[in-house]
Design a protein around this ligand. Structure first.
Ligand code: GAP
Length: 496
């Protein structure tokens, strides 16, 4: 685990990410990714796609427009309801997000309060403007979408999309026709979303432009439970807290059976298990750092009927923080678009005609990348980023032990071979110890060193980041060995 300063310092020094436009003093809510951050993020996206598209052979990746005209966003409810409460200081004019002010003063999350409830709580807690201590005015809803003027006249109102999800809903009918008219059907989008956050903060936690990875699963609610292998997860413990407990660091382990007994649909619990598997088994998040957190009727988004956030406990952000969500959106979106567009969204499957319901598995990519940097980074003298090998920006680094005796040429030739199959890096600058240290800090899982024994046909050394142990490997065996280590199929076994 790492502090906020540790994560930020690693990110900036080692090419992961930093505030955008910092040449001009920064641009609040926007971050740029460097070479290592871009690779880490891309690897996260790859494992996400593999895991979630792998749930069903009728789940696919699509890519849709990031700018949407007003009518679909009116139909989806975003024009009228996608708001946060804003309070403005009557003295200096600074604006603040009301629930953040309350949270800072009371150390309790305050989502889902009405304007009058928020005003009463602000008065009760005696909260004043954090900037000038002036009196705060009454709160008012602030729409978080970025408006745009499209075309030369600018008459047609449009917005940057506030979530990728709408792209899947707008294309549902076309894809349903193209994909053999089957349900469940899944449409995933990994792409940018934009929100004019009132107070962007905490690194990549609250940004104005960010990446989402969302899978919309369209299904028939009458038969969905029979279409997913719910029995296979019946005894799996799911880690979660209930709505009333989410300000505590609490988590219970309840089996799928117990959750179903408490009223959650089997298909919903099945997907909780799959999301949990992704975090614990693919991303390697320690169990005690993971939980689902229930949102009650007041707190959940206007389109959700069942809503659990996915949370990861991070030292840099002060506790359990949301990185994703499992949302049962019912037929809210397709029914809304049917009314808004006057185009039927009902489909016929076998003999049933229905407007499908939607289960959404939604994740913020930047928040997930930050969580990995927090949990996997051990700062200090032997600073190491213990990423799962598949996620590491660089899978394998190749070094000559010294810069003479033909070792650099031999190492470069090996690097040329490996980089065709892996994200590889060549380094001949500085002492071998410093080169290992640089690679450890950015999470490079394996380092290969070419030494004098290599010239005698005795192979190369392969070093494991986490144990710092080394083994000698014949050069010809190296690609296959790395393949199995990087995919997680094999574990590094140091020489006996
Ligand atoms: N389509 C559903 C949806 O957008 P959401 O809870 O508003 O739901 C989904 O957002 C995820 O997107 C969140 O769990 C979070 O990981 C990420 N996210 C939301 N707002 C964000 C922001 N301002 N900055 C970074 N990530 C954000």
């Amino acid at each position: 685990m790492a502090s906020y300063e540790d994560v930020m310092s690693l990110s900036v020094r080692r090419g992961f990410l930093w505030p955008a436009v910092d040449l001009y003093g920064g641009f609040a809510g926007f971050y740029d990714y460097g070479h290592n951050g871009t690779l880490l993020r891309r690897h996260w996206e790859e494992v996400w796609l593999e895991h979630f598209l792998g749930l069903n052979d009728n789940y696919y990746l699509i890519d849709t427009s990031t700018i949407l005209p007003e009518p679909p966003l009116k139909a989806s409810g975003h024009v009228d309801h996608f708001t946060d409460l804003l309070v403005t200081c009557t003295r200096c004019g600074e604006s603040h997000r009301a629930d953040h002010l309350l949270e800072a003063a009371t150390h309790v999350e305050h989502e889902g309060l009405s304007s009058s409830e928020v005003d009463a709580k602000i008065r009760e807690a005696g909260i004043r403007c954090p900037k000038c201590k002036g009196e705060l005015g009454a709160s008012r809803p602030f729409n978080m979408m970025f408006p745009l003027a499209v075309g030369p006249t600018g008459k047609d109102a449009a917005f940057l999309r506030p979530e990728t999800a709408q792209g899947a809903f707008l294309n549902f009918r076309r894809e349903f026709e193209a994909l053999r008219r089957r349900l469940p059907m899944g449409l995933a989008i990994v792409g940018r979303a934009y929100r004019n956050e009132i107070s962007p903060r905490q690194g990549t936690y609250r940004m104005r432009e960010f990446l989402q990875a969302e899978l919309q699963i369209f299904f028939d609610p009458v038969v969905f439970a029979d279409q997913v292998p719910t029995a296979s997860v019946a005894d799996v413990p799911v880690r979660l807290c209930w709505a009333a407990e989410k300000n505590e660091p609490t988590a219970h382990d309840l089996t799928s059976k117990e959750l179903v007994a408490r009223g959650l649909p089997t298909w919903y619990v099945y997907h909780l298990v799959q999301v949990q598997r992704f975090y614990l088994e693919v991303l390697g998040i320690p169990r005690e750092h993971f939980r689902f957190a229930e949102l009650d009727a007041k707190e959940r988004a206007f389109y959700n009927k069942i809503h659990f956030d996915v949370q990861v406990r991070q030292e840099s952000l002060g506790g359990f923080k949301e990185v994703g969500g499992v949302h049962y959106r019912t037929d809210h979106d397709l029914a809304g678009h049917e009314a808004g567009s006057r185009q039927k969204q009902a489909v016929t499957v076998a003999t049933t005609r229905l407007v499908p319901h939607v289960l959404e598995l939604s994740f913020g990519v930047d928040r997930n990348v930050w969580a990995l940097l927090d949990l996997d980074y051990t700062p200090g003298e032997r600073a190491t980023l213990h990423l799962p090998p598949r996620l590491a920006p660089i899978g394998v680094a190749v070094f000559p032990l010294v810069n003479k005796d033909g070792l650099p040429e031999r190492a470069e030739a090996l690097y040329g071979l490996l980089r065709k199959r892996f994200t590889a890096f060549f380094d001949d600058a500085g002492s071998i110890g410093k080169r290992y240290a640089r690679m450890d800090e950015i999470g490079t899982a394996f380092c290969v060193t070419v030494d004098h024994e290599t010239l005698e046909g005795k192979g190369v050394t392969l070093r494991d980041r986490d144990t710092q142990k080394q083994v000698r490997v014949p050069e010809g065996d190296l690609p296959a060995r790395l393949e199995s280590l990087l995919s997680g199929e094999a574990r590094f076994e140091p020489a006996a």
